[in-house]
Design a protein around this ligand. Sequence first.
Ligand code: KG4
Ligand code: ZN
Length: 308
Amino acid sequence: MEGGRRVLANLIHSQVDLHREFGGVVPELAARDHLERLPGLVDLALAKAEVAPGDIDLLAVTRGPGLVGCLLVGVGVGQGLAAAWDRPLTGVNHLWGHIYAAMLTRPELEPPLLGLVVSGAHSDLVRMPEHGRFEVIGRTRDDAAGEAFDKAARMLGLGFPGGPALDRLARQGDPKRQPLPKPSLPGLEYSFSGLKTALLYRLRDLGEGVTDQDRADLAAAFEQSVVESLLEKLDAALDEGPVGEVVVAGGVAANTLLRRRAAEVVEGRGRLTLPPLELCTDNAAMIAAAGSHGKVLPADVDPSLGWD
Ligand code: KG4
Ligand code: ZN
């Protein structure tokens, strides 16, 4: 990354093939694979960016939240490189990273902003008054949106990863043919576990007679309920006062319906930034972008699990 906003190299080693046969991420395999792949990936990124270690001012690594084994590998490699190259290292919050992905999309974007971060483990509404400061104003009581999509995809017999597969199937369905309830909690809280149970019962009722069209219709209905619930609270947060900039980010922000509907909900009330798909799902560029606002890591760092 150059200047915090210009990406020189952004490489990903996907673990999808590694985890596919298990139908979900196996933490132990994920951490081992990180350990095997990270050093080579760093070399490749330096080569692609045409940068030597001596040119680097700052290293940044994800400090959390996430799978502890993976975080420990990342932080360990970061500390090793920082020591070998004699450079400072900051620990970045993964959720901050998702918001900073929006600043790679529109380099002139600055806080204050209202953010919706939707990933495999989080559905958080946040206000960001300035760089490096976040106030969580809404979160989920149970499952995150991405987790709900992944579980629904599994119930519908779709492969891993579930979210993108459900997105594709929903495009062939009609959400009105097999409607599912839209979760609704007071205030800015989310809940997706009841919706998941509703899908389970509907599939049980359909039994062996379930058709491909039923499955597509159910995917569309499930997607609509999750998306409308996410946006209902964003809408309420927008009503609380003028915000100007609005960011929707995280893996679930790659969802086709969410992208379309978010644009409609924000229209006329703020300026929406949606990162392109490759910057919505986890990536290194977003961590580098947030890097200069991270905290310099002490040697005995622990993974962090919240927004701090
Ligand atoms: O941010 P992310 O890449 O990883 C975490 O930090 O969790 O988000 C991954 C989540 C997964 O649950 C995945 O199924 C979901 O994002 N996801 C999607 C789509 N693409 C990724 N969910 C719905 N529609 C998509 N197109
Ligand atoms: Zn993420």
